[in-house]
Design a protein around this ligand. Structure first.
Ligand SMILES: [Zn+2]
Ligand SMILES: [Zn+2]
Length: 305
């Protein structure tokens, strides 16, 4: 999985940062792109980052504040102009369906592909297939805001072919059974337990992308043992009171959540327009005092999960 930040500013865009949007690139794992939040001008940011709308498979919206939402009509309607008309799934808090329907009706637009809208009203599993699982929990913001935990399922173990050859087991037709850990009987009578010939198995990655929130238990639960935690850090530590009053977190809050959740890595985003890129080092250092594996996102920065 690869994360690309398309917008990292809180509330409004600045010369250096666009408003919230993150692309989770799972093309390698399942052939699609998953977008988290869709602030204004996200389709332009996608174009600049060379992300094709035709590959867009899922959109997850954390909450209905404009800086996370106002790019959605553009993304959805432009996707109607392209050749690929595959289904798109949109997940977001209750009200998102009415928002989309209203925009489309009032602007005489139409969508030429199936749009599957899932409205969230409570915690739970929002997506699952053979490779991935996405869970959501309600965070603590001024309006209903949902955080997401993306879990890549463990890949099945490979077969240790060298060991099989060494033991003179060349039963190609049995390999599939052995790989599944089943027991097979060979032509020479030997009974072979597939589990004894398993090689390494690849542990799936875990990722939490949270929306706007003050520190809360749901954040810790969503971020438990993740490889990467994406957490908002709207304000510096000195402005803690201001952050909390507006339903936001500071750099230190984000670091505390990462530490309590035992995350491996923290990426801070949703930075107040009061800060320029020159303030990045200061903001990161505040968080590093509590959680050393901290980075700060900038627009178009990419992170391998
Ligand atoms: Zn916001
Ligand atoms: Zn908000």
């Amino acid at each position: 999985m690869k994360l690309t930040f398309l917008g990292t500013s809180a509330g409004k865009p600045t010369d250096e940062r666009n408003v919230s949007s993150i692309m989770l690139d799972v093309r390698q794992e399942r052939g699609g792109l998953w977008l988290f939040d869709c602030g204004e001008a996200t389709q332009m940011q996608m174009q600049k980052a060379k992300f094709s709308l035709s590959k867009l498979e899922m959109i997850f919206i954390t909450h209905l504040h404009g800086d996370h939402l106002f790019g959605l009509p553009g993304v959805l309607t432009t996707r109607s102009l392209i050749q690929n008309q595959s289904e798109l799934t949109l997940v977001g808090p209750k009200g998102i369906k009415q928002f989309i329907q209203t925009v489309i009706d009032i602007s005489y637009s139409c969508l030429t592909y199936p749009l599957n809208i899932i409205e969230l009203e409570q915690d739970g599993l929002v997506f699952e297939d053979t490779k991935f699982q996405v869970e959501t929990k309600l965070l603590a913001h001024r309006v209903p805001c949902f955080g997401y935990r993306v879990i890549e399922k463990d890949l099945p173990p490979t077969l240790n072919i060298k060991k099989l050859h060494k033991d003179n087991i060349n039963t190609g037709s049995h390999y599939a059974y052995l790989k599944e850990g089943k027991t097979v009987t060979l032509a020479d009578g030997r009974v072979i337990d597939g589990r004894n010939y398993h090689g390494d198995f690849k542990q799936g990655k875990k990722l939490a992308i949270l929306g706007d929130t003050i520190p809360c238990d749901a954040s810790i639960e969503l971020a438990k043992d993740v490889d990467v935690l994406v957490h908002e850090a709207t304000q510096e530590d000195a402005l803690e009171q201001k952050a909390i009053e507006r339903g936001h977190s500071t750099t230190v809050h984000a670091a505390m959540i990462a530490k309590q959740a035992n995350a491996k890595r923290l990426i801070m985003t949703h930075i107040s327009p009061r800060y320029s890129l020159n303030d990045n080092a200061k903001l990161v250092n505040e968080a590093k005092g509590i959680f050393s594996h901290t980075e700060i996102a900038t627009d178009f920065a990419t992170f391998q999960v």
